[in-house]
Design a binder for this molecule. Structure first.
Ligand code: F0G
Length: 460
């Protein structure tokens, strides 16, 4: 059969409140034109993030009931640990309340002031946690990965030459670890090939530098390897996952993505001394090492979610439904990052709305249009998020390289007809794109301004 269907039935539903364009005009104005400040009850399709927004399975809900809430030595922890050891092969498994907590602990222990941490592209919390240690977060993704319209099967790959040059110029003593993010979220959700992981690990081993994976979307990455890399078509997802992790010395993980849980994360290593230091820090802020900031029931949900995320039928549906949305948007005329990645579509707003200069935030204007037109919440990844503002002159002194709008697709949450609704809304927006005007910031915080900034549309 050619039709790829959702490989699950719906057992429990959450009603969506439908709204009119007139009411959305009111909600958006009340939120000062910042989609982060709109209440979720006033959103029809929420594509703000795929993090923690997936639908849990009946098995996961059963696991929730089974959760052992003992402070120490919880059976749920043993199940969680066993699943991760079996999948990823690491000796030490440390639970955390989400991905960034794992990052903070890892970098507190391994990174010192003046160090440089190479990554294909750091996610913003990863970058912030490296910089918090007064170290430099250096992005070394291949050049093809920075061009939205350039087709390449593994645009998340690390540039091996740039990695070696960085190690040679910075010096091994200032590179505490090398990281690779699978899939590369900030670079468009693009996968990393097995060959590239092998090469990074060879470089890391030759200089005796630990190699870590930021593994949030490891299952989606494994599926891309299966369908796009020579020699992997006939391999099972679990064997691909095991091979990917066999090249690494440890990982950080947000279980809110390919753990299909609403909260949770973990940190892994093969180094028992390092693990001891990490567990000491864990106790300070997260909790005892057999729960680490999570409830026993969360550990159960994650253990089951990780297993469900590597199911091939699920992954086929997941990657195909993202590709379906991407293909339809291209047919309408939207410039998007190609090929489509695993968890999201990224629209090139600069190209779509040439009438809006970057300092009037075309991505933000487009995100507002998606909300007004169809109650769809998306997120700008452009100059509001990454621009730097000088409060003395009242001007932006640095703009982002790209003005993107991300439509992140929560796991197992929306049906095909809901995605068709998104496409219909996109069609209307495309027809009226010349009428969309820029935005002006009326209030902003000194850092991470996108979360709380207030805006006004610039009238044409
Ligand atoms: N690394 C990557 C690649 C991520 O995408 C995220 C989160 C994190 C680390 C941090 O994990 O949220 O559990 O602390 N990404 C979310 C997103 C927020 O919307 O892409 P966390």
């Amino acid at each position: 059969m050619k039709t790829i269907i959702e490989p699950f039935k719906i057992k429990s539903v959450e009603p969506i409140k439908m709204s009119t364009r007139k009411s959305r005009e009111f909600y958006l104005k009340a939120a000062q034109y910042n989609p982060f400040l709109i209440y979720s009850k006033d959103v029809i399709i929420d594509l703000l993030t795929d993090s923690g927004t997936g639908a849990m399975s009946s098995e996961q809900w059963a696991g929730i009931m089974r959760g052992d809430e003992s402070y120490a030595g919880s059976t749920s922890f043993l199940r969680f640990e066993r699943t991760i050891k079996n999948l990823m092969g690491f000796e030490q498994v440390i639970p955390t309340h989400q991905g960034r907590a794992a990052e903070r602990i890892l970098f507190s222990v391994m990174v010192k002031s003046g160090d440089v941490v190479p990554n294909n592209t750091h996610f913003d919390t990863t970058r912030a946690n490296v910089e918090f240690q007064k170290a430099e977060a250096r992005d070394l993704v291949i050049d093809e990965g920075k061009q939205p319209s350039f087709e390449h099967p593994f645009k998340g790959n690390m540039d091996i030459k740039k990695l070696v040059d960085t190690i040679e110029t910075v010096g091994v003593s200032r590179i505490p670890l090398i990281m690779v993010t699978i899939t590369n979220n900030s670079g468009g959700g693009q996968p990393v090939s097995m060959e590239n992981l092998r090469q990074v690990s060879e470089v890391a081993n030759s200089y005796n530098i630990p190699f870590y994976l930021d593994a949030c979307r490891f299952a989606e990455n494994a599926y891309f390897i299966k369908i796009r890399e020579e020699g992997y078509r006939k391999k099972s997802i679990i064997s691909i996952v095991k091979e990917m992790f066999s090249y690494a010395d440890g990982c950080t993980m947000s279980a809110k993505k390919d753990g299909i849980a609403n909260i949770g994360g973990f940190l892994c290593t093969n180094d028992p001394e390092l693990a001891q230091k990490e567990k000491d820090l864990l106790i300070l802020t997260e909790g005892f090492p057999t729960y680490g900031g999570l409830a026993g029931r969360d550990l159960e949900a994650i253990a089951i979610g990780l297993t469900e995320a590597i199911d091939e039928d699920y992954l086929k549906y997941r990657i195909s439904s993202t590709a379906y949305l991407g293909k339809k948007l291209i047919e309408i005329g939207f410039p998007i990052v190609v090929p489509t990645g695993g968890h999201a579509i990224y629209i090139d707003a600069k190209k779509l709305l040439p009438q809006i200069p970057p300092h009037q935030y075309p991505g933000w204007a487009l995100a507002c249009s998606f909300y007004l037109e169809g109650g769809i919440r998306t997120v700008e990844i452009g100059s509001v998020m990454f621009g730097k503002h000088d409060f003395d002159t009242g001007k932006d002194v640095e703009l982002a390289q790209m003005e993107l709008v991300r439509m992140a697709i929560p796991r197992r949450t929306y049906t095909q007809s809901q995605i068709d609704y998104v496409i219909e809304v996109a069609q209307t927006i495309y027809k009226n794109k010349n009428k969309i005007t820029g935005m002006k910031i009326t209030y902003q915080a000194p850092f991470l301004r996108h979360f709380s900034a207030k805006f006004e549309p610039i009238s044409s």
